[in-house]
Design a binder for this molecule. Structure first.
Ligand SMILES: *Cc1c(COP(=O)(O)O)cnc(C)c1O
Length: 452
């Protein structure tokens, strides 16, 4: 496939300009486009079937085989084993949920939830941060930085805090960050800069700061993060006994995940490790719907590696002219300028993907359904369930399809959102409000007796 991204790795095969894996680059110096990692698969030892990855489990005392990311390292072989930085990430579960299936309108047994909140820092970001930390370590970085709506900073901070390999500066926007996430960055010892602006502002600043101060940038412009995030799809396949589902539904913020998922399937197909590819559904919050607007309303597409840049530029110009800011309760996807937009277009093309938007009520209802029938998730993750429901209603997803919704973050990341939902007025559909009762035995018994 032709691409206008340049790619870096010492074992590169692309015909676009290539850079060595030892270089620190977050954009192609020639085109300014994002970099992407490409491998010369002829030089990589890849198992002949995905099932063979299960044998790594028999070696669980080996930290790299224990990691739910690195036991698949043959599928992103940019580092040697002794360079890899791991804290045991990726021990996550795929669970069938019949109550959520019912809510979404799927046949029993056909809907699965992939709980990425079970990672050490409580979000899927650890899958990518272990890879970025590995690269930072490979190039001898002393300081790493990121801008974050919360989870990226929590993840980067936990890698720095536990390994002490580098120091971390995180840039967060003001106001919107969920306390569960901010508390992690503080607790893990990251230097935390609260920029008086939103995420898009913080990202712009951190990119400039890293460039001029030689700090290692860990936002998802960092192509190594996406390499680690591919493992989420490997684990989904593993959870389905290596059968490919019909749909992967994922919330879209900076579009690193959707881009990584598409790349994972492109490579697995190329390697002959899967014979079909699932469809991809990327779900935006209505208040941060750049991808939805561009793809579904304005027809933006990958176009063989030449997406219409004029369309994208004029979209952003209008957004700036109107001073339009992203606004959703799902703070993890409150992003108007998704940095991985073009890579996501590639993923949508390869996976016959669709994009939808859902509003905050739908997001919170989806989240409440996950909580009521499973381990729970943070608001942004609820978008995948809300999106699956919408696609069912629209007849795009069939009741008999096999659907995997990615739950990107842990329920405890944003307790305010949850408590506000369950105690707010007017009462939302799935509210479970706390009952206020006097400090009196009789009154308490009255309430208990009134419960069915
Ligand atoms: C980062 C994040 C997202 C958005 O993922 P992208 O890869 O940026 O699209 C969604 N949900 C949660 C919980 C996140 O932390």
């Amino acid at each position: 496939m032709s691409t206008d991204f340049a790619y870096q790795s010492s074992i590169l095969a692309a015909d676009s300009p290539t850079y060595d894996v030892g270089q620190v680059l977050t954009a192609c110096p020639e085109t300014g486009e994002l970099l992407d990692i490409q491998y010369d698969w002829d030089k990589v030892e890849v198992p002949s079937s995905l099932k063979e990855f299960e044998s790594a489990w028999s070696n669980r005392n080996h930290p790299l085989d224990y990691s739910g990311v690195w036991r698949f390292r043959n599928l992103f072989p940019f580092a040697s084993d002794d360079q890899i930085v791991t804290i045991g990430e990726g021990q996550t579960l795929l669970q069938r949920s019949n109550s959520v299936a019912k809510y979404v309108g799927m046949n029993e047994g056909q809907l699965f939830l992939q709980y990425e909140g079970l990672n050490p820092s409580g979000s899927f970001k650890d899958n990518g941060m272990t890879a970025a930390s590995t690269h930072a370590h490979m190039v001898g970085a002393k300081i790493a930085a990121c801008a974050s709506t919360g989870n990226t900073s929590a993840s980067l901070a936990i890698y720095a805090g536990t390994t002490k390999l580098f120091k971390v500066i995180v840039f967060v926007g003001s106001g919107k960050i969920a306390y569960g996430k901010l508390s992690q960055a503080l607790d893990y010892g990251a230097t935390t800069l609260q920029i008086q602006g939103d995420f898009d502002d913080a990202l712009k600043q951190v990119r400039e700061v890293c460039q001029s101060a030689g700090i290692y940038l860990c936002n998802s412009v960092n192509p190594f993060r996406l390499e680690g995030q591919k493992s989420i799809m490997y684990r989904v396949l593993e959870g389905l006994n290596w059968e490919v589902p019909d749909w992967i539904v994922v919330p879209g913020g900076n579009l690193g995940n959707s881009s990584a998922f598409g790349k994972a399937f492109m490579e697995l197909k190329h390697l002959g490790l899967i014979d079909r590819v699932p469809r991809l559904a990327v779900i935006n919050a209505q208040g941060a719907n750049t991808l939805y607007q561009l793809v579904e309303k304005q027809g933006l597409c990958w176009n063989g590696g030449n997406p219409d840049s004029t369309l994208i530029d004029s979209f952003y110009q209008n957004m700036d002219a109107e001073n339009h800011r992203a606004n959703t309760l799902a703070s993890a996807i409150e992003i108007n300028r998704p940095v991985n937009l073009k890579k996501c277009l590639r993923a949508l093309e390869f996976c016959d993907g669709v994009v939808r938007e859902v509003d905050d009520h739908e997001i919170l209802a989806g989240k409440a359904q996950v909580g009521a029938g499973g381990f729970g998730c943070e608001p942004a993750s609820g978008a995948s369930v809300a999106g699956a429901k919408l696609l069912r209603e629209q007849g795009v997803i069939a009741p008999s399809d096999r659907v995997v919704c990615i739950l990107t973050g842990h329920q405890l990341k944003d307790p305010n959102a949850t408590v506000n939902y369950h105690s707010g007025q007017p009462a939302p559909e799935f509210q479970n409000a706390p009952i206020v009762v006097e400090n009196d035995f009789g009154k308490i018994m009255e309430v208990i007796d009134s419960i069915e």
